[in-house]
Design a protein around this ligand. Structure first.
Ligand code: PLP
Length: 355
């Protein structure tokens, strides 16, 4: 039975990418060797790393603009610490829009003063705070573009003279932005890029070298840049699959083309959540709704067993909300086809009709 995979991450990847990855595990580039049993210093793998790094910059429109792309390990969670380690001298400004921002703040506090410019924590992060002031004397401003757990997304980003750092783990490559506004972007691969195990870091080189602390090699962006993302053995499989997904995205027409489909998917689902009297969305302001992770609930809990059974029958997978929030969460990452969202909407309409 065909599955419709709405998982929040790890999540759906393009079928063609899975097929190519499976083949490469058995026989990489017709070498009769597996991708995962050859040296990461071999010509063939070095080419993969180079291609992946170039594609990432190309998609973001950041080639030849002083940026470097790295594929590191340790997840986006290590970037919470690494960003602060490399950039925080005295004080940093953070916008707190969810659990992930909260965790980033916790790590930064180990290294200096953190000014929380605004937070929606008291409302369980159900909106994106606006109209806050960023202190000009902070070393950088950090934000999270998409709150994967509660389902909110920043539509606009502040104008600020200080370097802007953004955790784009759950919406990277899903929408067009002026990426040159950001000095550091990081994203765990396991949403719009590939398997867990590697994290994309895109960094403007001129923001480095300004902190006085000694930085351990593995935590130093400079070391990873100097070693072309090969300071130590990279997560070869994750980087390879990420490269394939970035190639797939290019064939689709890049971010601009995928954004159109992402808009259609979000429009289709949110219109149903708003129209169908059995459901309600979580997010307070419609303008803050995430186009990647739509959160919603059944107004009548007694229908849960019926709805869940319908979802199962339709082959819908991964719709449970995050354990800290409950309810339902439909994650509609780049590789999820519009057809899957239509199936979900059909199920929502079927239980409304009492089917
Ligand atoms: C926005 C965001 N930031 C950070 C993380 C943590 O990523 P990792 O598990 O790669 O450390 C996640 C994970 O879902 C996330 O959604």
């Amino acid at each position: 039975m065909k599955k419709h995979n709405f998982s929040a991450g790890p999540c759906i990847l393009p079928q063609s990418v899975l097929q190519q990855s499976a083949e490469a595990v058995l026989n990489f580039n017709n070498s009769n060797l597996s991708l995962i049993e050859i040296s990461h210093r071999s010509k063939d793998f070095v080419a993969v790393m180079e291609n992946a790094r170039n594609l990432a910059l190309e998609h973001l429109g950041l080639q030849n603009k002083g940026y470097q792309a790295l594929f590191l390990q340790g997840g986006a969670s290590l970037q919470f610490l690494m960003a602060a380690y490399n950039l925080l001298e005295k004080k940093a400004a953070y916008l707190n829009t969810g659990t992930w921002s909260d965790k980033a703040i916790k790590e930064a506090k180990l290294l200096g003063e953190v000014v929380e410019v605004a937070t929606s924590k008291s409302e369980n992060f159900n909106f994106i705070p606006k109209n806050y002031t960023i202190p000009k004397d902070a070393d950088y401003f950090h934000c999270t573009s998409n709150n994967t757990i509660f389902g909110t997304q920043m539509r606009t980003f502040p104008e600020t003279e200080i370097p802007m750092v953004c955790d784009m783990s759950s919406d990277i490559f899903s929408r067009q932005l002026d990426f040159s506004k950001f000095s550091l972007i990081y994203a765990g691969a396991q949403k719009n890029m590939g398997p867990a195990g590697t994290t994309l870091v895109v960094i403007k080189e001129d923001i480095l070298g300004k902190v006085s602390r000694a930085i351990p090699s593995m935590l130093s962006y400079k070391v990873h840049i100097d070693k072309e993302s090969m300071f130590n053995t990279p997560a070869v499989f994750s980087v390879y699959v990420s490269m394939l997904t970035l190639e797939w995205l290019k064939e689709k027409g890049g971010i601009t083309a995928i954004e159109k489909v992402n808009n259609q998917k979000a429009e289709l689902l949110y219109s149903e959540i708003d129209r169908n009297p059995l459901f309600e969305g979580f997010v307070a302001e419609k303008e803050d709704r995430s186009k990647m992770n739509a959160t919603f609930n059944l107004k009548n809990d007694k229908l849960k067993a019926t709805f869940d059974e319908h979802l199962k029958q339709a082959g819908i997978n991964g719709l449970n909300g995050h354990r800290s929030v409950g309810g339902y969460r439909a994650s509609m990452y780049n590789a999820l086809p519009l057809e899957s969202v239509q199936i979900l909407v059909d199920v929502m309409q079927a239980i409304e009709k009492g089917a």
